[in-house]
Ligand binder design. Structure first.
Ligand SMILES: [Zn+2]
Length: 269
């Protein structure tokens, strides 16, 4: 099997996870910038984190033969402080030319607050000015539907943004149609406890088709399973999916989306 992990927070994982992912057929991992498990005290914390995502972590992944790409932003969980967000948004262009940077992400909303929305719009503007792709985080539980609507509206209202270069992640049964109908890509996050289980993700694929959809494990500092994409592929096989149709979801779709960034290239063979 071959697959792509399009959303994995590898800075929070150990080297055994890299070995397991490569052994399972992982062709590359893409790491959106997010919360570090704690709030950073200044813009310097983000400078160091962006260095980690664009320098140290790709080198660590390369030791296991795994190409590593990333996305940059100040995440919604730390977006209440608008002044800090402005400093981080001003810092990001210095990193955009680095060879493993795919775009701006994971931006979005956490509690759907006014300040979060303001910072989301700052990031959409940043992406538009620098012709960057966008990866979006959506809020959890009761905030998800409202937050997803706010995000889709904010993206659609900036006419400089090409919709098929944007992915809305963590969709669930009540938000997937809204995202796909808007012409955006959708991501399903396979968590053991919340977000979306493998069985629910396959149900959604069977209901909505597999165009403009990908699956990821998020594999962060919380309870998560770095191999949840290949585990779900096995479950798809058990439910009668063909090898070709599984490959489309776990490999070809993320490849198609991310290949819209010229820097996204996988080694041949
Ligand atoms: Zn994430």
């Amino acid at each position: 099997m071959r697959y792509i992990e399009p959303h994995g927070h590898m800075v929070s994982r150990v080297t055994d996870d890299y070995i397991d992912m490569v052994t399972a057929g992982c062709a590359c991992v893409c790491e959106p910038a997010f919360w570090a498990g704690y709030d950073r005290s200044s813009v310097n914390g983000f400078y160091d984190y962006f260095c980690q995502l664009t320098d140290y972590e790709p080198k660590r992944a390369a030791k296991f033969g795994l190409p590593h790409f990333c996305w940059l932003c100040i995440n919604p969980k730390e977006s209440e402080d608008v002044k800090l967000a402005e400093e981080v948004v001003a810092l990001i262009p210095k990193f955009l030319d680095r060879p493993n940077v795919l775009g701006i992400g994971e931006i979005g909303l956490n509690k759907n607050s006014k300040n979060e929305l303001k910072v989301l719009e700052m990031h959409i503007d940043l992406a538009a000015r620098h012709n960057q792709m966008i990866l979006v985080h959506t809020p959890h539980l009761e905030d998800k539907l409202k937050g997803t609507r706010l995000i889709v509206d904010a993206i659609k209202s900036d006419k400089r943004i090409q919709l098929d270069r944007v992915i809305i992640d963590h969709v669930e049964e009540h938000t997937i149609k809204l995202v796909l109908d808007a012409g955006l890509w959708a991501g399903m996050t396979l968590y053991p406890e919340s977000k979306c289980s493998p069985a629910r993700a396959i149900d959604m694929l069977e209901n909505y088709g597999s165009e403009r959809l990908w699956m990821n494990s998020a594999c962060d500092w919380g309870v998560s399973i770095p191999l949840n994409v290949p585990y779900t592929a096995l479950e798809m096989k058990r439910r009668g999916w063909s090898a070709e149709d599984i490959d489309k979801v776990v490999y070809q779709n993320p490849l198609k989306f991310m290949s819209q960034c010229k820097k996204f290239k996988l080694p041949k063979g």
